[in-house]
Design a protein around this ligand. Structure first.
Ligand SMILES: [Fe+2]
Length: 189
């Protein structure tokens, strides 16, 4: 005799429905996460632009540091997109706005980096605030990684700026820092 799976089917259907109710993204949260995808892509563009500007200025190490920074930003965008997909949401890719093409000096680029990272930290905190308000525990858990990441990002930019201030644009100092930053490995700050 064939086993009767009808009962199981109904249970599965019910569970599936229940699961969707629990994990479904609020449309407000979905929109905000899609805006963040765009912001992360924009960050990637910004750091790529800095990378090519540093290369044009003859700082190969810094160019490679910013190229890795850009790669990380594109990975952040991917992380958000993957999460939206996993939450049964819809990824919406919006146009990425133009970025600045040139910086006055290395210090100018790193000052801009720290300023930008502070803006990103604010955005991530706003997203967390929204997730808390909506009692969206899955999004809160995902955002925790970004909150920790932002602490590292700001710290890395601040430390490089401090070094730049200490060498005060001395060519020898800049040469040494360029060499040091060129050693940044994939996955490091
Ligand atoms: Fe990022």
């Amino acid at each position: 005799m064939q086993p009767d799976f009808n009962f199981n089917k109904n249970v599965n259907k019910e569970l599936h429905h229940k699961k969707n109710c629990i994990i479904m993204l609020d449309s407000k949260m979905e929109d905000a996460l899609n805006q963040q995808v765009n912001a992360e892509l924009w960050s990637g563009y910004l750091y790529l632009s800095m990378s090519y500007d540093m290369d044009n200025k003859g700082y190969e190490g810094m160019a490679s540091w910013f190229a890795l920074q850009a790669k990380e930003e594109f990975e952040h965008a991917t992380r958000f997109m993957k999460f939206i997909g996993e939450m049964d949401g819809r990824v919406t890719l919006m146009p990425v706005k133009e970025v600045r093409q040139e910086w006055l000096s290395v210090a100018d680029a790193f000052e801009d980096t720290l300023k930008h990272e502070k803006v990103v930290t604010g955005r991530i905190h706003q997203l967390m605030g929204m997730a808390i308000e909506l009692k969206d525990y899955a999004t809160q858990s995902m955002l925790k990684w970004f909150i920790d990441e932002q602490v590292e990002e700001e710290d890395a930019a601040r430390k490089i700026l401090e070094k730049l201030k200490r060498i005060e644009n001395s060519p020898g100092g800049l040469y040494a820092l360029d060499k040091q930053l060129g050693k940044r490995a994939n996955g490091e700050d």
